[in-house]
Design a protein around this ligand. Structure first.
Ligand code: KG4
Ligand code: ZN
Length: 372
């Protein structure tokens, strides 16, 4: 795999590059962002002056769909094929020259190690070839800061609900790099629960958006599912019991009526979505009360969920607060959030040496503050 990568990067420089001068054009800088932590290759160019210049995404979903989940080795191999062409695509789309790029940000973790290594090796090599600084970005920090790319960006401090396929976390955010974990899932992440319930209902991978679509035609209240860990204090989550509850309900219905008809499947999807959204809303309200903050940011793939946005919007408005989120394509994995987060850190003078970073697990709280 790495041999293939070396050939690819060598081709890139041979094909394209003349000599590059170091272009540390502080305080404005154009940063190339590369996201390869899971099953999406995302590449973007962010200009700290002009905002997002170009964004390109290649989803591997069709490759993994037949297995019902992500196959890590297939993910890595596909990132190798797609990353450099996407880099070329965003540079062309943005209408800039390579020499105008002042820094490279790549996702350094958490995620699939092979997939991370592809983005890290390509990102670091490009930065070396261009003679600009590089930085490894925490994937969840990328998600957390994605709403900053919108015109109505939240001001610090705020509470962030991070809800993706791998994480469900409530974080008190004082500033970039000043994160305090308030609570997290003890087992399945919210997105993972959506994906597993989607599978149980016979929906294609990834199940989250499919369950949400099916839930729209369901009858509210036809089933009542538990709201896990809401009847005791604390801000942790657990979704695996809810998932088992859904599995048992499906098994009972199948026993009574044979194969489930579309209306029953939609009612179950609706009750499941309602249980997850309600549970998240109860915990978000608690987190705001506990911290005394009024702004809530939601980020990560599940924050694209319409019902979640509606319910949280109403919850926050009741206490005079405000809800912030990014447009749906910036909620799921993308290169723009990595370019943005990396740009903030590069502007603050943070960057890395020539070695690459790739961390399958990485605690958000250990990140350095932007303004120590
Ligand atoms: O942030 P993301 O793209 O990748 C990770 O970092 O994990 O999140 C992907 C997750 C998947 O579990 C997907 O099913 C879920 O987000 N998702 C949704 C929706 N859109 C994506 N879940 C519920 N409703 C949605 N509309
Ligand atoms: Zn993600």
């Amino acid at each position: 795999m790495l041999a293939l990568l070396r050939v690819g990067v060598a081709w890139f420089f041979w094909h394209d590059c003349g000599p590059h001068e170091a272009t540390l054009n502080w305080p404005a800088v154009i940063v190339l962002g590369i996201e390869t932590s899971c099953d999406e290759t995302g590449v973007a160019l962010y200009d700290t002056d002009r905002g997002l210049l170009a964004d390109a995404l290649y989803s591997q979903i069709h490759i993994h769909a037949e297995y019902g989940g992500v196959i890590p080795e297939l993910a890595s191999r596909d990132h190798i094929r797609k990353t450099l062409p996407l880099v070329r695509e965003v540079i062309e789309k943005a209408g800039i020259r390579d020499a105008q790029i002042g820094g490279v940000a790549y996702t350094a973790g958490p995620g699939l190690i092979g997939a991370l290594l592809v983005g890290a090796a390509i990102g670091r090599s490009l930065a070396m070839g261009w003679n600009v600084p590089a930085i490894g970005v925490h994937h969840m920090e990328g998600h957390l800061l994605a709403p900053m790319l919108e015109s109505d960006a939240p001001a610090f401090p705020f509470v962030a609900l991070l809800v993706s396929g791998g994480h469900t976390q409530l974080v008190c955010v004082e500033d970039i790099g000043r994160y305090k974990l308030l609570g997290e899932s003890l087992d399945d992440a919210a997105g993972e629960a959506f994906d597993k319930v989607g599978k149980m209902l016979g929906l294609p991978y990834p199940g989250g958006p499919e369950v949400a679509r099916l839930a729209q035609s369901g009858k509210a209240g036809a089933y009542k599912f538990p709201r896990p860990m809401t009847n005791r204090p604390g801000l942790d989550f657990s979704f695996s019991g809810l998932k088992t509850f859904v599995r048992n309900t499906i098994a009972e219905e199948v026993e009574v009526q044979g194969e489930l008809n579309d209306a029953v499947r939609a009612d179950i999807a609706c009750a499941f979505e309602d249980a997850v959204v309600n549970t998240l809303a109860i915990k978000c309200r608690r987190a705001l009360e506990q911290t005394g903050l009024s702004r809530l940011v939601i980020a990560g793939g599940v924050s694209a969920n319409r019902r979640l946005r509606e319910v949280l919007g109403a919850t926050v408005a009741k206490s005079g607060g405000e809800l912030f989120y990014a447009r749906p394509e910036l909620c799921t994995d993308n290169g723009a959030m990595i370019a943005y987060a990396g740009a903030q850190r590069l502007l603050a003078g943070q960057s890395e040496g020539l070695s690459i970073q790739a961390r399958p697990r990485w605690n958000l709280e250990t990140l350095p503050a932007l303004n120590p």
